[in-house]
Design a protein around this ligand. Structure first.
Ligand code: 13P
Length: 254
């Protein structure tokens, strides 16, 4: 079976309303491959989600960058999965390393969020990845396995999850993983899924790469058999995001 190429744009905590509208206009005017070949999802900050959802072309979709781990209530500052569903937001990014590291989100907390979000009907981009120190000490796969296990223990159906492998050392650093480094981890993660979540999850779950992806380096990364797309930070705010979407054509001919 073939997994549909997936390109996500994580805008993080960036942009004014004017800048956001400009990015949406650029995306709306771009000629890109059909949604039969590539799924495109952009993730603005919460406050811009409704306007982006309204203005964005209908073949692209939107994601929130986080949501709360259970039903709403007395949780000041949080946004619940139920609210996202209520607004027609289909996707949410969970477990991003910036939240794991800056806000001390544990593997278990991320697992709880993924489980609750899926149960409410959201689709989830779940992020995993090791720090430089962990890579250098040889624990890359152990770290990623523990992060993924906390999700696998709480979820039985993987059909609405996209796994994003985002090595922390590659995020925002300009230090992209080499195609073989990305392929190696994606292959191992798929094998882990096979052994721990079943053959179906391993075959059909898209594993996308994130960390300093740009309009140039995306093409060779896209040729790797277990790289099913990208989660893009900085470059998703620029017109080169369109080149990254177009890297699906390299994938198809690989
Ligand atoms: O964190 C990322 C996407 O979620 C990647 O960020 P950069 O593409 O800016 O390195």
């Amino acid at each position: 079976m073939s997994r549909k190429f997936f390109v996500g744009g994580n805008w993080k905590c960036n942009g004014t309303i004017e800048e956001v509208k400009k990015i949406v206009t650029t995306l709306n005017e771009a000629e890109v491959p059909s949604e039969d070949d590539v799924e495109v999802v952009v993730s603005p900050p919460f406050v811009f989600l409704p306007v982006v959802k309204t203005l964005l072309r209908s073949d692209f979709s939107v994601a929130a960058q986080n949501c709360w781990a259970r039903k709403g209530g007395a949780f000041t500052g949080e946004v619940s999965a139920d609210m996202l569903i209520n607004l027609g937001i289909p996707w949410v990014i969970l477990g991003h390393s910036e939240r794991r590291l800056l806000l001390n989100e544990s593997n278990e907390f991320v697992g709880d969020k993924v489980s609750y979000a899926l149960a409410q009907g959201l689709k989830v981009i779940a992020c995993v990845g090791e720090t430089l120190e962990q890579r250098e000490s040889g624990s890359t796969m152990a770290v990623i396995a523990a992060q993924t296990k906390a999700i696998a223990e709480r979820v039985s159906n993987w059909s609405n999850i996209v796994l994003a492998y985002e090595p922390v050392w590659a995020i925002g650093t300009g230090k992209v993983a080499t195609p073989s480094q990305a392929q190696e981890v994606h292959f191992d993660l798929r094998k882990w899924l096979h052994d721990n979540a079943g053959a179906e999850a391993a075959i059909s779950t898209r594993i996308i790469y994130g960390g300093s992806v740009n309009g140039e380096n995306c093409r060779e990364l896209a040729t790797q058999p277990d790289v099913d797309g990208f989660l893009v930070g900085g470059a998703s705010l620029k017109p080169e995001f369109i080149d990254i979407i177009k890297s699906v054509t390299v994938k198809k001919s690989a």
